[in-house]
Write a protein of this length. Structure first.
Length: 275
């Protein structure tokens, strides 16, 4: 799912409750598990291929160069290290290799860095334990070295190259909407976004620890195939569950891959959710 500038955060397991009018893929949120609103993972005839995802402006990350940032103190409020999973994810023939049909090849995991909660978040966030969605994106953007966003902040572009990030939030900070309503793990579990010319990134709150590999793979698949809302998504589905490659399927693989259980994804070639 993709985070819109209007702050309609979207979910892995719940619908958005933001006060704006969503537009574009991933903006409607994802229905709760078992909801009849979740799109069927195959077309009614059962035939394949089924080109449910459309290329739009063909904007993808062909060979992702992924970096991870862990905010917090290891062994305290920082998320567990996921470097091994991230490295496997972008190089796995049995998993990431499925993305070749969308013009996405294998990537490389370039490593991770740790930053203390105190060094990343200002005093008001540290004292309250909450950060609003717009403030968080500004903090991420500043960390990535971008200028202060002006008019057009949040607009999509193709100028970011292959670099992408995943940020793991500390357990001591939760995300709220700009209106103060709870967001992380209430109306969404994780999201990805692109600020102007800056690199795409995913944000993984600490509360996804129950299904971390699902949440991480969900966002990274979508970030690679639709980093700016100009890539692969389903026009028919984006108002009914998100419409991006992971939104349509929204469930862990049935059989572990290398003892891991990432999310399933939509395959046009197979006409169904795979693997």
């Amino acid at each position: 799912m993709y985070l819109r500038r209007c702050a309609c955060l979207v979910a892995i397991v719940a619908t958005s409750t933001g006060g704006c009018t969503p537009a574009g893929p991933g903006a409607a949120g994802i229905p709760a598990p078992g909801s009849s609103d979740i799109p069927s993972d195959t077309q009614s005839t059962g035939s394949s291929p089924f080109n449910r995802l459309e290329a739009h402006d063909h904007i993808v990350i062909p060979n992702i160069e992924l970096r991870a940032v862990y905010i917090g103190t290891p062994g305290s409020d920082a998320a567990p290290n996921r470097d091994g999973f991230l490295s496997w994810l972008v190089t796995s023939p049995d998993y990431w290799g499925i993305l070749a049909q969308y013009g996405v090849g294998y990537g490389v995991f370039e490593g991770s860095e740790e930053i203390a909660t105190d060094a990343f978040f200002p005093e008001d966030v540290k004292s309250s334990g909450v950060v609003d969605d717009n403030q968080l994106n500004l903090l991420v953007y500043a960390y990535l070295g971008g200028p202060t966003p002006g008019p057009g902040f949040g607009e999509t572009t193709t100028g970011f190259g292959s670099l992408a990030y995943v940020f793991f939030l500390p357990s001591t900070v939760s995300i709220v909407s700009t209106s103060g309503e709870p967001q992380s793990c209430v109306t969404f579990e994780a999201y990805h976004w692109t600020h102007g010319p800056g690199p795409p990134y995913a944000v993984i709150p600490a509360c996804v620890s129950d299904l971390p590999f699902v949440a991480i793979s969900h966002e990274l698949l979508e970030m690679a195939t639709d980093p700016t809302q100009g890539g692969w998504y389903s026009n028919a589905d984006f108002d009914n569950g998100g419409g991006e490659i992971s939104d349509i399927c929204n469930a862990p693989v049935a059989t572990p891959i290398n003892l891991l259980r990432p999310t399933r994804m939509w395959s046009n070639a197979a006409g169904s959710c795979v693997p």
